[in-house]
Design a protein around this ligand. Structure first.
Ligand SMILES: NC(=O)NCCC(=O)O
Length: 384
């Protein structure tokens, strides 16, 4: 059942947990009850016609005396690839632009201010194969590649910040490849880019064959709608990575991902949510969806027989808030757009209550971490 036939945990709860207990079950699993966002009928109709899951929720904060609410609408898009993986490269890219572009049109109807796509959204997740061609041909300039120019158009058309995770080719540095999120402001300017800091070496995730650990640190992008950062996929397993974006001031941290059921699904609902709690910020976890087939079979040195696919990418994109609440996820099997309205005032309200930033002993950790990476480090173990 880890595959494509299981729609979502939420659907099972709605179907099988008796009405009387359902509210309490939801409170324990998801935190405080969230209001559903009133989405326009035109958006609902478009999602039906275009066959994607559309959900909307509101994360409220308490009214304050000195600060007005800081409300922002965030859209997360998860999608299958459109064409088979052996279709011509440019056709694959353009088909994805079309599909995701249409979903952004619906996001605009829903009043979305910031939209984020899944990891390497313009291509199949071909890094399992370890082949160079044609996959490296999907790489583009972060500053003025085809996809960035496409996102600039969307940003200007809809006054929307666009977070676009792509395979980057860095021509200035000898054409090297990176796994990069490009951030385009709502005015259509490239605000900057954030490269994936942690490269997986697990299962079929053979990404280290293609690119190195990112060298952009933990940039935070000041947008008109709030301060945002991008912690790409495998970075979500690294609590210090989340922490650093937060220390640099991120109010919303996106986690565009590509991950499969048998490997990571039990971890998925926990990690981004825990990061929201630990760092007093909102986190947005986005996963691609579907199964992608590759013509040439591949192995990954794990004793498994050669195979043609990664397994099922399980979608389930969701948003978590600093108070530990989270919204239901999108479908495990279908394309989807998740729209959440969040009041960023909640970050400081929760910080003032729980004080994790104030009680964190960063000077202790910094000193000890500095020591642990020394050659002559001696673990602090006391023995009889
Ligand atoms: N894309 C990526 O980093 N996947 C690694 C597997 C995981 O983090 O679940």
């Amino acid at each position: 059942m880890s595959g494509k036939d299981f729609e979502s945990l939420e659907k099972v709860l709605e179907t099988y947990v008796p009405e009387a207990e359902r509210r309490e079950v939801r409170r324990l699993l998801f935190g405080k009850e969230l209001k559903k966002l009133n989405l326009p009928q035109s958006a609902i109709d478009a999602s039906v016609e275009q066959d994607f899951d559309l959900k909307g929720y509101v994360f409220e904060a308490s009214p304050e005396q000195l600060r007005p609410p800081r409300t922002v609408r965030v859209g997360l898009i998860q999608n299958k690839i459109v064409l088979p993986t052996d279709a011509p490269v440019l056709e694959q890219i353009k088909a994805l632009h079309k599909r995701v572009g249409e979903m952004v049109d619906v996001a605009a109807m829903c009043g979305v201010n910031i939209v984020c796509f899944q990891e390497a959204w313009t291509m199949p997740f071909a890094f399992c194969t370890r082949e160079r061609e044609p996959w490296t041909e999907f790489a583009e300039s972060a500053e003025d590649g085809l996809t960035t120019r496409f996102c600039i158009q969307l940003a200007k058309k809809y006054n929307m910040v666009v977070v676009s995770p792509i395979l980057e080719r860095d021509e200035i540095h000898s054409g090297t490849l990176w796994n990069t999120a490009v951030v385009v402001s709502n005015n259509g300017n490239v605000l900057g880019k954030s490269r994936k800091n942690h490269i997986p070496r697990v299962g079929d995730f053979n990404e280290s064959t293609y690119y190195m650990e990112g060298n952009t640190g933990h940039p935070v992008f000041q947008t008109q709608f709030g301060k945002i950062a991008v912690n790409i996929c495998y970075g979500r397993h690294h609590p210090l990575n989340w922490l650093m974006y937060s220390i640099h001031g991120a109010e919303i941290i996106f986690n565009p991902s590509a991950t499969v059921g048998l490997l990571s699904e039990p971890m998925w609902p926990i990690e981004a949510r825990n990061a929201a709690i630990a760092n007093h910020c909102f986190t947005c976890a986005i996963n691609r969806v579907g199964t992608e087939f590759f013509k040439n079979e591949f192995t990954s040195g794990d004793g498994k027989k050669a195979h043609h696919d990664f397994g099922h990418f399980y979608g389930s994109s969701y948003v978590a808030a600093p108070d530990g609440s989270r919204c239901p996820g999108l479908s495990r099997t279908r394309d989807g757009l998740l729209v959440t309205e969040m009041d960023l005032n909640l970050n400081r309200q929760v910080a003032d209550k729980w004080n994790f930033k104030m009680t964190g002993r960063y000077e202790l950790y910094a000193e000890e971490l500095k020591n642990t990476i020394q050659h002559d480090f001696k673990p602090n173990i006391l023995k009889e």
